[in-house]
Ligand binder design. Sequence first.
Ligand code: BGC
Length: 447
Amino acid sequence: MNGFPKDFIWGVACASYQCEGAWDEDGKGPNIWDDFCHDTAGNHIYNGENGDVACDSYHRYREDVALMKRFGIRAYRFSVSWARVIPDGDGEVNEKGLAYYDNLVNALLEAGIQPLMTLYHWDLPSALQDKGGWLNRDIVAAFGRYTRILAQRFRGRVRNYMTINEPQCVTVLGYGNGEHAPGLKMSDYSLAKIYHNICLAHSEAQRQIKAVDPQALVGIVPCGRLCYPEQDTPENREAAYQATFDLSRGWAFTFNIVLDSLIHRSYDPTAPQAVRDFAASIPASDWERMEAPDYIGINVYQGDMVDREGCFVPRYSGFPMTAFKWGVTPEVMRYGPQNLYRRYGLPMVITENGLSCNDRVYLDGKVHDLDRIDFLHRYLLQLKRGIEEGAPVKGYLQWSFLDNFEWGRGYSERFGMIYVDYRTLERTPKDSAHWYRQVIESNGGNL
Ligand code: BGC
């Protein structure tokens, strides 16, 4: 194949807590990110910031959709705030919350933009966390019910769902090192249990969607270590493949800790003892309930270079970095999807890719984000190579359309192609938005 496939999906992504605001309006219940941010004594978030208002997309979605249309965006990946739809997570449905997503989806469809709905992007209803959150297996049924309500409501309008965004961050950051809500620090054994509940919840949600709309596509969006070879030789490629999935080099932040369960219905033997102990306790009936997704969503930011012996190659002094101090490693876009395809054999979508820059409005009133254009350009060129070498990647979603609330970093990291002035909420398109429009129009031909 030469270049991007003809029906390649070009879009952008965001998540409810990061852009909606309206944290306690129209009957929405509290979620763990509301609580985590409001606990200012805990000092969890840069500058004591929170998502109470964020980009105010709850009120400004029409303006946002109009901007997407203006910049030629073909697909929008957004997430649903569970507590907006079911305030306590498992009880009464909040009609006003559902109405917001109705309006958003209708506005997207009218603008010719495909809605891609993520069901869970980290904002768990507080009432469910009070019962143990992802550690309590009851969450599987609650997530299934919530999903069914959405699938019934959006049947025929939403054709593509993603169940859970980055189970690895939910587990490791939320329950492992406490950096994210709910801010807990649990043992490896408990983390393995959380992963298992997440896999069961994904599977239950997938069954619910398919029961309502058999044609709908269902994906999951894991993340984790992605390695790429120092040199493009068969030995070095093999070493990068092995390093990507070797659980003995750090198990919790890997793709396979989730995808092996769902797709292979097993754990890799390189898992550490505590994880294998947990795996041994899983009843056969649980394995039978696992559902392989239709496709894998991959969020790609940076990767790790390995040499042909499989050792990590340290970054040299002055290595290119984003404003967040994440490495600029475009090669990960070429080899990452190929390695995932080799292990799982499923189609993929790049569900996030982007960077934060020190963007500001220049004297001429514009935002010249050359760094972003250069970064995305490099990553997309490598993605194209990966596709040409056989990785079936069906779409690419830039993170993010608007600057937004970047979790523990508050508003200090700007990932958007549209600049947001948080004092006025005014939106200003950056140069990259104009550039991306041309990428989409030419189906990557201008790269
Ligand atoms: C998450 C986003 C986040 C982005 C940049 C991803 O891990 O899904 O919510 O904003 O990375 O940190």
